[in-house]
Design a protein around this ligand. Structure first.
Ligand code: WTA
Length: 635
């Protein structure tokens, strides 16, 4: 695969990709290893989410990530692992070693009875065995569904049931900062509420006491058996290009997370191509993506994209502030990281910790900086540029989504123009448009509208698991013949795109998507709660905070403080700690129209503290509730 190296080249390539997509993608796809080449590059219909890429082809994605690199790059480090505790030694796996480990784990899964097409939920913290599990699934054609290790038992149960998963891979516990997080016991609790799963593979990492169930198999014991058999170096299973590679759950505007399904060949081509071009990766460089593998960034740009390119990908077990706020900078210094990819929320939190944490850290190895997950504010952008990049490293502000599979709008580091807080230009093959509320394309510049994509791209969402209608409804129905992102955007006079945030009922808290309806559902489970409404408000570190307005039963006898505690605890139990409201106020009424619809616009203004900008309240059933809520919010 050839890297785009000049702006002029980008313009030529971009035009080519839009005018002749089939030719364009065929040429790129030719640089991969296929068991059988495709019959058609792009087929199917975009508007009902039935686009197909490289139909008729057969491949195994892990052969493109591992086997393909063995001859020339076998001794290069593929995966570099930095532990939570800086006094513990880091670990590394060469391409040869990673290939062997993945073959072993793949054989372990076969021994457990896992077959192509089976769904496997993976609930693990950031240890190499998580990557091995993901790749072992891909090796044998099992569909992985990684669940972020911060989600609650209830969330796991919902995902296992929705994905009809028969297998689980987990571990006794994980480390995050100074906390030990129990994982196996959370899975055990989840499994009390799911369909019967066949087997659970348990990696014993911390030697914590665990309840052993009949369904459990010990990772290490099984691994020893497989290794002793000495019969595990096997080729990857033959996978059809449109076979599902994974399911990843993400929040939308409804109460129930959606199982976003990605297929194999298109996802492979897109993550590899975008990784190479956006970061301008050069052979031998150390690349550090701070995302957790429980989110899409961890899938596409910690695991798949880098390994497809034969890169060295650094995986970090811990958190940015443990043992102190200099940890990322220590890691960059220690491993001589060239490319660093993180989220605005982490940048803001480290910025607020103070520049003293940068003292004595050698960051001269850095060449490219990246940002993902939410719009980056100017202050954070400037700090990142000055203090981390020393004004020498291009910053790529990469816009994309779980559903898009990979980066859609971003500059190519040092190649195409960059502009603070702008994601800038579309990747080749991406045709972004801005639509007004009526669905007309806005062609003037500097007007905000709804960001859509007009053409299929290889790694687009294929379906929402077991519910294709929902996929069509969510992404392809708001505007006919367009994929709707749910984000607002505008374009400057040079055609550069700036993202302005979600335009639907989805919050972005510390770069994580959380649906307001999901949080409301969770709050409403608390005994004594009658109704609730949740909105976002600007938060210095998290980007958005969660603000909940809750009506309780007047005959319920909990003291206010206890009620607030109960609500918070319920949200943790129903979803996970990431969804805990930052502010909760107990109110007697919510601003509703005569037809019973909650006017969130008003609640948003209150949450933002803009009490004088509430606007018209005359259409409310009872306008006096607004004053009551304001009085409580001011307290
Ligand atoms: C937001 C994360 C502005 C956006 C890869 C999107 C961004 C949602 C950016 C997807 C960015 C992501 N600038 N907003 N560079 N990157 N977003 O599915 O609202 O976890 O719709 O994927 O994050 O979040 P998701």
């Amino acid at each position: 695969m050839k890297r785009i190296e000049t702006f002029q080249e980008y313009q030529t390539v971009y035009a080519e990709s839009i005018n002749h997509p089939n030719q364009f993608w065929a040429e790129i796809a030719n640089s991969f290893v296929w068991k059988k080449k495709w019959d058609t590059v792009l087929s199917g219909t975009f508007e009902d989410a039935n686009s197909r890429w490289f139909d008729g082809a057969e491949l195994n994605i892990t052969e493109n990530m591992l086997d393909r690199h063995l001859a020339e790059n076998g001794d290069q480090i593929a995966l570099l692992w930095e532990p939570n505790d800086p006094t513990v030694a880091s670990k590394s796996f060469t391409y040869k070693a990673l290939h062997e480990e993945v073959c072993i784990v793949a054989e372990m899964l076969r021994t457990l009875g896992v077959k192509k097409g089976d769904r496997i939920c993976i609930y693990m913290s950031m240890v190499p065995e998580l990557v091995l599990s993901v790749l072992a699934c891909a090796r044998i054609g099992a569909i992985h569904s990684v669940i972020f290790a911060g989600f609650s038992a209830k969330s796991i149960a919902d995902r296992i049931n929705d994905a009809e998963a028969d297998f689980v891979i987990t571990m006794d516990g994980g480390l995050r900062g100074n906390k030990t997080i129990p994982l196996k016991s959370v899975v055990d609790e989840a499994l009390l509420h799911t369909r019967k799963i066949k087997k659970s593979l348990v990696f014993n990492y911390l030697h914590l006491p665990i309840d052993k169930n009949e369904r459990d198999t010990d990772w290490n014991a099984l691994k020893n058996e497989v290794v002793a058999s000495n019969h595990y170096f096997k080729p990857g299973e033959t996978i059809l290009s449109e076979d599902a590679l994974f399911i990843l759950y993400t929040s939308g505007s409804t109460g129930k997370p959606k199982g976003v399904v990605h297929s194999t060949a298109g996802y492979m081509v897109w993550t590899a191509y975008t990784f190479l071009n956006v970061f301008q990766y050069k052979k031998g460089e150390i690349y550090f993506c701070t995302a957790d593998c429980g989110w899409i960034t961890g899938h596409s740009y910690l695991i798949y994209g880098p390994l497809l390119n034969g890169a060295t990908t650094l995986m970090f077990e811990g958190i940015p502030t443990f043992p102190n706020a200099g940890r990322f900078w220590d890691i960059i210094d220690k491993h001589k990281v060239s490319i660093f990819y993180t989220a605005p929320t982490a940048i803001r939190s480290l910025m607020s910790a103070g520049d003293e944490w940068l003292a004595g850290k050698d960051l001269t190895s850095l060449r490219v900086l990246g940002s993902v997950g939410e719009p980056i504010n100017e202050e954070a952008w400037n700090w990142y540029n000055e203090k981390i990049g020393k004004e020498k490293c291009p910053i790529v502000d990469t816009f994309w989504q779980t559903e898009t599979g990979g980066i859609m709008i971003s500059s190519l580091a040092g190649v195409t123009p960059s502009k603070p807080v702008y994601a800038t230009l579309p990747l080749p093959g991406v045709l972004p448009v801005i639509l007004d509320d009526k669905g007309n394309e806005i062609t003037e510049n500097d007007l905000t509208g709804n960001l859509c994509f007009k053409q299929p791209w290889p790694s687009m969402i294929r379906t929402t698991y077991a519910d294709h209608e929902r996929c069509i409804l969510n992404y392809f129905s708001t505007y006919k013949n367009y994929y709707f992102t749910g984000d607002g955007a505008f374009r400057d006079e040079n055609g550069l795109f700036r993202l302005t945030g979600r335009v639907d009922d989805v919050l972005n808290v510390s770069g994580h998507r959380i649906g307001t309806a999901e949080v409301e559902n969770a709050i409403n489970h608390t005994p004594g709660v009658i109704e609730s409404a949740v909105v976002g408000y600007p938060h210095d570190i998290k980007g958005q905070g969660i603000y909940a307005f809750v009506i309780c039963d007047p005959n319920h006898h909990l003291q206010d403080q206890e009620q607030l505690y109960a609500i918070t605890k319920m949200v943790s139990q129903q979803i996970g700690a990431i969804a805990k409201p930052d502010k909760i106020i107990l109110v007697n009424g919510l601003p509703k129209t005569r037809s019973g619809k909650i006017m969130r616009r008003i609640l948003r203004k209150i949450a933002e503290g803009e009490f004088d900008a509430i606007g018209d309240t005359t259409t409310l059933l009872d306008p006096s509730v607004v004053q009551e809520i304001i009085a409580k919010a001011k307290k």
